[in-house]
Design a protein around this ligand. Structure first.
Ligand code: CA
Ligand code: CA
Length: 377
C-alpha cells in the first residue's frame, strides 16, 4: 500500500499551462508555475479506470483482473466475484461505471476483454450488484454479461470498451480490434459507438434498429480505438479515439453518422500506407480536433465542478504517449486544445471528484499512481 507522506506532498509537482495552443496541431506542453498541484494519493497495479461511489470512495479497475474499492487517504480492498478477463496486450479489465440509480439498485457496469474459442477475444460488458462489506472490500453478485463484441477476433488490441450512462441509456465505445474494415461493416459491432438500454437490449429509436442483430446497437460507425466518452452540459456526446499515425481525433458524435475510419483519416497507417484526409470526402463526419503529432488519448471528462471555476465546461483528456493532461475548450459544436500540462507519466484515466478536484490514474508500466489535482494557492 502506497501512502502519501509529507515528503511526497512536498515533492508534489506543480504543473501548469501549455501556452494556450489552439486547434488542429498543438505544440508540446511546458511546465511552468501555476494552475494546479498534483498530489500522489495511492498506487495501483496497472490501473485502467475509476469511478467515485456516492460515499466518496473510489472503484478502480486493474488491468490484470482486479476490482478495488479505495478509501481516499486509506486502504484499498478487493471486490470479489469479478469476471475472468483475457489479460494481455491492450486487453484485461477495462471500464467501471455506476448505474444512474446506483443508490437504490447498487448496479455497477464493467467492461473487459473476454476470451473466445481458439485464439479469439472480444470486449464484453457485464453488470452486477455491488455489496460493500465492513472490512473495506466488497462483492459482486448476479453478474450478467449484457453485451459482447461481435465477432470475436484474434489479436489483443483496440478493444475500446469505454462505457457511460446518459439520458438513461448505456453508451459503449467499441474498437475495431486492429482489423480496420469492421469499422465500416454494419454486420459487426466493432469500430462503433453503441447505444443500449441499461439491460443491454436495443432502444427502438436507434438509427439502425429496424435492421436487427448487432446492427441495431449501432449509434455511429467508422471509429478506430475510442478510449474516451463524455457528455457536455447540453447532452452532446463527445468521443475521442486513438487514430493511426498523426490522426488522433476528438469527435462530436451524432446519431447515425459515419466517422470515416479506415476510409478517411487525417493520419496514415503505421505501416506507411496513406489514408485520404477527411477533407477529401464529405460523406464522413470530420473530427472537431485532430492531433499530429498524436497524443494517444485515454480517459475523458467534461468538467462540471466548482474547484476550478474557470475550467467549468472544459474537457480533460489523458495522454499516454504524450504523457500529458490535455484541456479542451468547447464552443458549441466546435472544440480546440486550450492547454497542455506535462505530467511526465502516461495518463490512462481522468475523473472528477465529488468536491471538484480532478483525479488521474497513471498507466501501469511504472506503477500507476492515483493523483489528485487541486488549485495552486
Ligand atoms: Ca471513470
Ligand atoms: Ca475520423
Amino acid at each position: 500500500m502506497f501512502k502519501p507522506s509529507p515528503i511526497l506532498a512536498s515533492l508534489a509537482t506543480v504543473l501548469a499551462l501549455g501556452g494556450g495552443v489552439g486547434n488542429v496541431e498543438a505544440a508540446a506542453g511546458k511546465t511552468v508555475a501555476g494552475k494546479f498541484v498534483a498530489t500522489p494519493m495511492a498506487k495501483f497495479d496497472q490501473p485502467w479506470a475509476m469511478t467515485f461511489l456516492p460515499d466518496g470512495r473510489l472503484l478502480v479497475t486493474e488491468k490484470k483482473g482486479a476490482l478495488k474499492v479505495h478509501t481516499i487517504g486509506g486502504k484499498s480492498g478487493d471486490v470479489s466475484g469479478v469476471p475472468k478477463v483475457a489479460y494481455g496486450g491492450q486487453g484485461g479489465f477495462g471500464d467501471v461505471v455506476l448505474h444512474p440509480d446506483f443508490a437504490t439498485n447498487q448496479l455497477v457496469y464493467l467492461s473487459y476483454a473476454e476470451a473466445g474459442d481458439g485464439d479469439k477475444r472480444g470486449a464484453a460488458v457485464a453488470r452486477a450488484k455491488l455489496t460493500l462489506n465492513q472490512n473495506g472490500g466488497g462483492a459482486l453478485s448476479n453478474l450478467e454479461v449484457i453485451w459482447r463484441q461481435v465477432p470475436k477476433v484474434t489479436g489483443k488490441g483496440h478493444y475500446g470498451h469505454r462505457i457511460a450512462f446518459s439520458d438513461g441509456y448505456l453508451w459503449i465505445t467499441s474498437g475495431e480490434r486492429q482489423k480496420f474494415d469492421p469499422a465500416q461493416d454494419m454486420q459487426a459491432n466493432l469500430g462503433k459507438v453503441l447505444r443500449l438500454k441499461d439491460d443491454g437490449t436495443v432502444p427502438a429509436d436507434n438509427p439502425f434498429a429496424q435492421q436487427g442483430g448487432v446492427t441495431a446497437q449501432i449509434w455511429t460507425l467508422g471509429h478506430r480505438n475510442p478510449l474516451g466518452i463524455a457528455f457536455d452540459a447540453q447532452s452532446r456526446l463527445w468521443v475521442h479515439e486513438m487514430g493511426p499515425s498523426g490522426g488522433d481525433e476528438l469527435n462530436l458524435v451524432e446519431r447515425g453518422e459515419n466517422y470515416g475510419y479506415p476510409l478517411v483519416s487525417n493520419g496514415d497507417h503505421y505501416d506507411g500506407r496513406t489514408i485520404p484526409d477527411h477533407s477529401t470526402s464529405s460523406k464522413y463526419k470530420a473530427p472537431a480536433v485532430t492531433w499530429n503529432p498524436v497524443i494517444s488519448p485515454a480517459g475523458f471528462i467534461i468538467y462540471r465542478g466548482a474547484m476550478f471555476p474557470s475550467w467549468k465546461g472544459s474537457g480533460f483528456i489523458g495522454g499516454l504517449s504524450s504523457e500529458a493532461l490535455i484541456r479542451v475548450s468547447f464552443d458549441g459544436t466546435s472544440a480546440r486544445e486550450a492547454e497542455r500540462f506535462d505530467m511526465d507519466a502516461r495518463i490512462r484515466e481522468v475523473e472528477e471528484g465529488p468536491d471538484g478536484a480532478i483525479w488521474l490514474l497513471e498507466d501501469g508500466r511504472s506503477g500507476g499512481r492515483l493523483l489528485k489535482l487541486t488549485p495552486t494557492t
